[in-house]
Write a protein that binds this ligand. Sequence first.
Ligand SMILES: Cc1ncc(COP(=O)(O)O)c(C=O)c1O
Length: 290
Amino acid sequence: MVRVTAGVEAHTHEYIATAHEDQKFGFSITGGDAMEAVRRLRAAAGIDLLGLHSHIGSQIFDTSGFEVAARRVLALHARISDELGVELPELDLGGGFGIAYTTQDDPAEPAQLATEMTKIVEHECRAFDVAVPRLSIEPGRAIVGPSTCTLYEVGTVKEVALDGGARRTYVSVDGGMSDNIRTALYDADYSCTLASRGSDASPVLGRVVGKHCEAGDILVKDEFVPGDIAAGDLLAVPGTGAYCRSMASNYNHALRPPVIAVRDGVARAVVRRETVDDLLSTDVGVESNS
Ligand SMILES: Cc1ncc(COP(=O)(O)O)c(C=O)c1O
């Protein structure tokens, strides 16, 4: 497949919007690079070019961006048919289907998205008078993200005064940007909830931060938490099944936490907790001359 940039800016953070022109991914359609790539691949021995591929970004909640991308990519698909005499058999519109990280997120059902995207592609193909190619998509987080939440233990709590008389409660926990880099990396939003007990205390504006030596080590930027939140409480952050363990690091030699599968009241580790021995296992040591 040829990855093309369709010039669509999905409604998402700049670092996870991947089809506008000013970035590293893909061959530009408008600049002519995509057509040139197709020409060269068609001429190359041993290459079986299946079709065009576009991925416009992540955390997308409606199909309007896909509609514009499909129209532009299918315009190129039709041009390839006209100029090179070949109707490519496949079209890949990438992933990016949003999931609920916060209580405000309201993702569409996969079946509804599939129906809408199929309609868009069929409509555009009729307009360009080309056969409907085999359509594929690449959902990532929509499959695995909602399956998992991260449990943190609260360490310390402090309240700060903000401009205008407002206050914010900083809740520091036993993890951070080493197990979830998304907030620090591209300003991702999360909600969280007190998981170890109920509380009738009035909610206060909270910010959940990690244990690392960085002011930007933030996990949940803004969330109302019970006013009596205290050391030892457990906080759950939802939607962490994608791009958290897989992007976790040993930042400052922090050990990565385990992944626990829970079903019908039974828990088992599917990825065990890292140990200091794991961390040092690649250390070859220094040969002594004595
Ligand atoms: C080319 C491509 N396809 C699909 C995906 C999956 O994206 P998401 O998990 O947002 O569905 C990505 C994510 O980076 C990607 O780069």
